[in-house]
Structures are given as C-alpha cells and as structure tokens.
Design a protein around this ligand. Sequence first.
Ligand code: IPM
Ligand code: MG
Length: 369
Amino acid sequence: MKPHKIAVIPGDGIGVEVIAEGLKVLQAAGQKAGVSFDLEQFPWGAGYWLEHKVALPPDALDILGRFDAIYLGAVGLPDQVPESVGVGQVVLGIRSGFDQFANVRPVQPVGGCPWYLQHRKSEDIDFVVIREATEGFYCNIGGRYAPAAAEVADIIPMRPAFVRSKEIALQTGVFSEFGCRRVIRYAFELARRRDGRKRVTSTTKSNALTHAMGMWDQIFEQVAGEYPDCEHEWAHVDALAMRFITNPERFDVVVASNLFGDILTDLSAVLVGGLGFAPGGNLSETGPSMFEPPHGSAPDIAGKGIANPIAAILTAAFMLECLDELEAAGLIRRAVALVVEAGEVLTPDAGGTATTEQVGDAIATMLQQ
Ligand code: IPM
Ligand code: MG
C-alpha cells in the first residue's frame, strides 16, 4: 500500500509538544494496522516569523498541496508576534487557501474524562459541530477610520458615540449563498451517514444580524427540504449556548457560521472534558484537509510538559478516518478510551500528575496490546 503523505506543522507553544505525541501514536497505529506514512515536518508559525519575518514561505500552499493531509498543532506567540501574522497566515491562510470549508468538531466524551455536568451522563452525549471555516467574520475585511472619513460617513448611520469617537472600526462579515448552502448540505449529509438521531440544528442570530443570518436561515430551510428523512431545527446562538449545557443529549449535528462555531466549540469542548480532549479537522473537497485540535498554543503552559496530548491524538484518529484508515483510527480511539478509563496516566487538567510524554507513551503502549 502506498504511504499516506502527511505534512506536519507542529507550530508554536504546546503545539510542538502535543504533535510529538500525536505522531508517536499515529506511527504505532500505522504499524499495527499495516498503514504507512510519509511524514514531512515544516517549522512554520509565529516562531518562524521571529527568524524569517514570514510565518510561512510564499510557496507554502504549493508545497502543502502535494500532501494527502496536513496535521497541525497550534500557532501563535501572542506576546511576541502579532496574531494577524502567526494565526492569520498559517491557520486561517491554510484554511481559506485550500477552501477547507467544513470545520468538523466532534463532541464525544471518552469515558472517565473530567465531567462538569451534574444533570447528564457522559454516555448520553454524542454530537458534532460543523463550523463553516472560510468566510463570515473571518474574511478580515474592514478597517479603522475617522468617523468623518468618506468611506464610513456615507454608509454608517451616525450614532452619538460614533460622532464623539476619534476612530471607529468596521469588521465586515461576508456570507456567500454558495458557502452557506455547501456547509449546511455537508451537515445534512453527515446527519444521514451518522448512526445518530438524524437531526440537524442550525444556529444564527437573525433577530439582530438580519442580512447575513437571514440569508443563512432561508438557505437552511431550503436545504432541509432536500433531506425529508432528517429532522431540522434552529436556535439563535445565545439560546443554543444555553442548551449545550441544559440539554446536550438532544444534539446530533449542529451547523454554524465561522465565528459562532468558534465560540460554541470551546463550550462544547467542556462537554468532553475540556480542550485537552476535543479533536477537530478542516475538510476540503479540492485540496488537502487540515487536522488540528481546537485548543491554541497555550503559551502559559508551554514548555512545562503538562499539556494534554489527547486532543491532538484524537485528531490524528480523525485524520486516519478521513484517509479511510478506519482500523488504525479505531485502534487509537480504543487505546485513548482505555487509558482515560484507567485514570492512572493523565495530565493535570484531567486530574492526573503525568506529563504530556507519559500520556503519549501510555496510549502508544496500550495500542500495542
Ligand atoms: C480555533 C481557534 C482559531 C479560530 C484561532 C486561533 C484563529 O480559536 O481553531 O477555534 O478562531 O478559528
Ligand atoms: Mg477557537
């Protein structure tokens, strides 16, 4: 079998630490399931910018385009490098560069993970959040202006505070009809494929953001009509955030635009034990997909060896699944579940005293058994 070509971008901070463990477990799973990888590491990110004044080389997308998948840790050194550079060029640049429109973030607790809800059991919760990942408020369109500047004076109905300000900032969200329909369809297709409740929940805020979210709501209703075998429902994002806590068991597939999905998936990560347990991936239909845990580079704990590698390890399992290596993916998930269930080798966020490396070793060892 031909090896899977995987570009590895560990990034900054704990990204480097957790990807090392993710690769260890990936290799162990590959060995056991007879899958091989052709891995190439790229040192791009905020740290790279400190030396080279670019976060990645100009031909980065050409290089990455030759791979089957990208495995990314986390990018950002916010105290030293502007976020628009590290995060903007690498994470957001790759997502939009390869049109990775579907950011998939499963919410499936592994038995024994930290549990924050008193009124629900972990085994009742199993859903996935699909976040549109290429448009919305992440298009970086806007600017900072004097209120009297022609660019803004002509389009903004002035309010007292605007007039009294030295500057005003605009951040424009761009929502395309194609982009909304594509990600909503993806959510319904997933609901069909999943062995779940066949229910898609859409979230917007069309009572306040009438143009863009009004269009999203309309498209959602149209697409729902194409999937009569699936239930559909919608909730404003504020109400949905509440229901993630009060009734998390009712969700199957949740679909959201970029910013709302970002916020909701930090919340949903808490339902699986925290960001240290939450995997994710950005899927493209035309180029390589990129698999990255939603947690950031966490500079506050970087270098201490205490970052939880499980999110990155489960992200590797998700990558294998998308590469159609179901056996290897299953081996990783099983090993993670057994180690978490045993509760002996866990990092401090999960109530343990183990290091990042010890957790990776325990999972890789469990996988051999
Ligand atoms: C995430 C992160 C990123 C995002 C940041 C680093 C730009 O929070 O993947 O959820 O907002 O998409
Ligand atoms: Mg986020």
